[in-house]
Design a protein around this ligand. Sequence first.
Ligand SMILES: [Zn+2]
Length: 249
Amino acid sequence: MEEAFHRERWINTHSVYQVSVIDALMQGVMEGVISIRELLRHGDFGIGTFEGLGGELIVWGDKAYNCRDDGTVEEVPPEMMVSFAQVTCFDRFAPLHRIEGIGSTAELEKKLSDWTLEDPNIIYAVKGHVEAADAELRSIGRQEKPYPTLVEASKSQKVFRRSGVTGSVFGFLFPKFMTNVNIPFWHFHFLADDCSCGGHLLDIRAESMNLQVYPIFEHVIRLPEGKSFSRIRLYDARDMEKAMKDVEG
Ligand SMILES: [Zn+2]
């Protein structure tokens, strides 16, 4: 059992396992698809959200964290359901880099393009660590059925600003051709080392960041089951990128 578990994780290095598709979440498909217990079988590094939103998800190691809209961070019980997420097995052997002078997330993205511009048609994961940083974080609270669109839900988001915080950035970049499958620009979540804060990262300022960024060539999608998913139109990706920019910052 133990051996099979580790073998699966080994296979999933440089592979990403995704729950649902961003277009479905955008259109309000927020039902739980799989449990946290199941999600953790597919990776030890990832981000996402829960059934009815209700916080920002971070997977790190054998644990899942919920960055709630009241500003607290708590460990997620294994039975909690996930509506949208992506996890990979973190590549601890990816080369370590250090970048200096990060004034914003836009600057961070620009610096990351040193590694990603060479091949814009694949997926990337990044884990960065910062000390004494200023972070602007957001979290969206739990939504009730009938679920609103993500744009509608994001109007109730809570934004937190924290300074002097030490913690990790968890990010993914999907290629533009996958626009209605996942977000076609960097999507970062942040978790303080002491779990004192966390959330979807809107902005960051740090003197330096130690980071590992690596390419992903394999992508598995667990599609939702049921009517709320089957009745939506997923093939119409017009304006998706603009709508996502509005929501994801
Ligand atoms: Zn997010």
